[in-house]
Design a protein around this ligand. Structure first.
Ligand SMILES: C[S@@+](CC[C@H](N)C(=O)[O-])C[C@H]1O[C@@H](n2cnc3c(N)ncnc32)[C@H](O)[C@@H]1O
Length: 241
């Protein structure tokens, strides 16, 4: 492999794909797509994009290895990333020069594709085509700026909020990867939330307001949507003061 192009495809809306992304997918000799992501509607999006662009014939499917969660977390993730890099290589035809990988949102945000790509040997040239992140989809959906004037935004995960509370020095906190409505672990007094699920998708859901008033609504709406779809992805921004 001479070049690996990571194409950010946005958060589930086929229209999030940029012209640069489209051009990179068309130009690639091979497009690597995981056979199954285990999340119903999500699994087919990459293939649908390739079909729409008429490049289905260049797709090579690979089986996404399963992470061993039994031992040490870091060691498990390292071994898993090794296995994914090996699965990419195994799925490639020997003559593959330029390979494209379609990455959810953007490769810079809570995504390990760049770390996995670092394991390839010999190392190909890595190129990134940026995509719309869940955070951008959230602020766009609510029509708000990410930051207040001259203020600090901190991006974190649900687990960090649960384990460590409100981060020191932040006026706003953006939370991804939260399967457990971790905002419930914070004192809601003086906090405002902008919450969104299925951002950019047909079934997008938005809730905004003082946390003390809307927390219960979010918990209920989230549970209902999760039951209806079998999965959910949500992202939110909290503001203090
Ligand atoms: C592994 S991270 C990937 C983030 C992605 N690279 C990005 O740029 O947005 C997955 C998390 O992104 C957020 N996310 C991704 N797509 C989303 C969507 N359509 N609606 C709401 N949140 C989304 C959720 O917080 C989810 O737990």
């Amino acid at each position: 492999m001479r070049e690996l192009v990571l194409v950010g495809i946005g958060t589930g809306n086929p229209d999030h794909l940029t012209r640069a992304g489209e051009a990179a997918i068309r130009a690639a000799e091979v497009i690597l797509v995981p056979r199954k992501e285990g999340k119903g509607d999500l699994a087919d999006l990459r293939l649908a994009i390739c079909r729409d662009l008429g490049v289905e014939a260049k797709v090579r499917l690979f089986d996404l290895p399963v992470r061993d969660a039994s031992g040490d977390y870091r060691a498990g993730v390292d071994a898993w990333h090794d296995a994914i890099a090996a699965a990419w290589v195994a799925a490639l035809p020997p003559e593959a020069g330029t390979v494209a990988l379609l990455v959810w949102g953007d490769p810079s945000l809570y995504d390990s594709t760049l770390r996995i790509a670092d394991r390839l040997s010999p190392a190909p040239r890595i190129r990134v085509i940026p995509g719309i992140t869940a955070l951008q989809a959230l602020t766009a959906a609510h029509a708000i700026p990410l930051n207040r004037i001259n203020a600090t935004v901190l991006i974190t995960t649900g687990r960090q909020v649960r384990d460590h509370g409100w981060p020191e020095g932040a006026d706003r906190v953006a939370v991804l990867l939260d399967g457990e409505t971790s905002f419930l672990s914070l004192d809601p007094d003086g906090l405002t939330i902008w919450w969104g699920a299925f951002l950019g998708m047909e079934n997008e859901i938005l809730v905004h307001g003082p946390l003390s008033q809307v927390a219960e609504t979010i918990v209920r709406v989230r549970a209902e949507a999760r039951a209806a779809h079998g999965w959910i992805m949500d992202t939110y921004l909290l503001e203090r003061g």
